[in-house]
Design a protein around this ligand. Structure first.
Ligand SMILES: *Cc1c(COP(=O)(O)O)cnc(C)c1O
Length: 391
């Protein structure tokens, strides 16, 4: 029997959320050669590969200094340590972000102060940041969520007025710009991650710090090396946070493709926009928005699914072999580990609404138009059947 149009399997174009194997495939030979070079060199930490990556990231971010470290989470922690943030200090952070944005504050003994987001961009709302500043506030950590910069001119002017440090969490936004200035060049420190799902992903963990300030760059390096300078003399208590040379070698190969990958992500975002409009679904789900001032690098294409339908849609898409993810289902201010900070359900209404509505769709560079059409078609089918059941 030939499968008819209504039989399961007839639309089974699988669409994974991300396909890192496919992404690395064209570079496989070059990557293996780079790894082999490191193996043969016997130099597995620091060395020329790390220096080369630092120089390349600094160059792209238009800053004079970049310092490699073991992860994006460590980058954030090192920033807190090197800026001398600690007990009695408050640091303003979004709650709608990955855990590491706030855990770095907690780990140095300071208090994260969670501030609500702008519902359109999902990034910190500068007006609410202003209102959250107290005499104990020392820093703001804006996150450039999903690949789009926070409103950095407004945040920087608030920070200047109150003499606060600005630490950018640019983990999802390498290559992004706002008003032509790159992510990582706005604050006192920029923090990047090379976790495999980021736009520049390694084959393991990795991170990078950027800064305009040479003295601060030296402090970051010192804290990343146990505070040790010279050897076996410890000026401060740091941590051990090094980027593996193998990761640096892989990332140097991959970095050459970053612009092409970011462009492909932007093309895919525009295709989704068109497909949703053509299907008449752009009024039913809310599409992500950007502005002419932003160069969005689309680490995620995140729609809003209102009226309690998000989890139903996600399950429907999973059955149709379409991968999606919820970034992030539980806001940080409602996490068990931060209960002692005293936040309640209702403390940050836009963050909580976003956590209930967001759904990130596959957006990786190699995604085909046919796969994207399938994603949008299946979302249309979900709504057609959901509305039929409601009638
Ligand atoms: C990935 C990520 C981090 C942490 O990076 P790791 O390299 O995984 O430690 C921090 N903040 C944000 C917003 C992230 O997306």
């Amino acid at each position: 029997m030939k499968p008819g149009p209504h039989l399961p399997g007839s639309h089974a174009i699988a669409v994974p959320l991300l396909d890192v194997v496919q992404g690395n495939q064209p570079l496989r030979h070059e990557i293996l050669e780079a790894i082999a070079r490191v193996v043969d060199s016997g130099r597995f930490l620091h060395g020329p590969d790390c220096r080369q990556l630092e120089a390349a990231v600094a160059d792209r971010c238009q800053v004079p200094h970049a310092v490699s470290c073991a992860s994006g989470s460590d980058a954030l922690l090192l920033a807190m340590m090197a800026l001398g943030i600690g007990a009695g200090d408050e640091v303003i952070v979004p709650s709608f972000t990955f855990f590491a944005t706030a855990s770095c504050v907690w780990r140095v003994g300071a208090q994260p102060v969670f501030v609500d987001i702008d519902p359109v961009s999902f990034n910190l709302d500068p007006q609410l940041v202003d209102a959250a500043i107290t005499r104990a506030t020392r820093a703001i950590i804006p996150v450039h969520l999903f690949g789009q910069c926070a409103t950095m001119d407004a945040l920087n002017s608030i920070a200047r007025r109150h003499e606060l440090y600005v630490v950018e969490d640019a983990a999802q936004s390498i290559g992004a710009r706002y008003r032509q200035r790159p992510a990582g060049a706005w604050g006192h420190v920029g923090c990047f991650s090379f976790y495999p799902t980021k736009n520049l992903g390694g084959m393991g963990d990795g991170g990078m710090l950027t800064t305009n300030d040479e003295a601060l760059a030296n402090r970051l390096r010192l804290y990343a090396a146990h505070g040790m300078e010279p050897r076996y003399y410890h000026q401060v208590v740091g941590i051990n946070s090094r980027l593996d040379t193998i990761q640096a070698a892989v990332l140097n190969v991959k970095l050459r493709q970053l612009d092409a990958w970011n462009s492909a992500r932007a093309r895919n975002a525009a295709r989704y926009d068109n497909l949703f409009v053509e299907a008449g679904l752009d009024d039913i789900v809310t599409l992500p928005k950007t502005t002419a001032q932003h160069t969005h690098v689309w680490n995620q294409y995140t729609i809003r699914v209102p009226e309690g339908r998000r989890d139903g849609l996600r399950a429907y898409l999973a059955k149709a072999t379409i991968g999606t993810e919820v970034y992030y289902p539980v806001p940080l201010h409602l996490q068990e580990c931060f209960a002692s900070l005293g936040y309640q359900v209702g403390s940050l209404p836009e963050t909580e609404r976003a956590a209930n509505e967001v759904l990130s769709l596959p957006i990786y560079p190699e995604l085909t138009e046919a796969q994207q059409a399938t994603v949008v078609q299946q979302i249309g089918r979900y709504y057609a059947s959901a509305l039929r059941h409601a009638a």
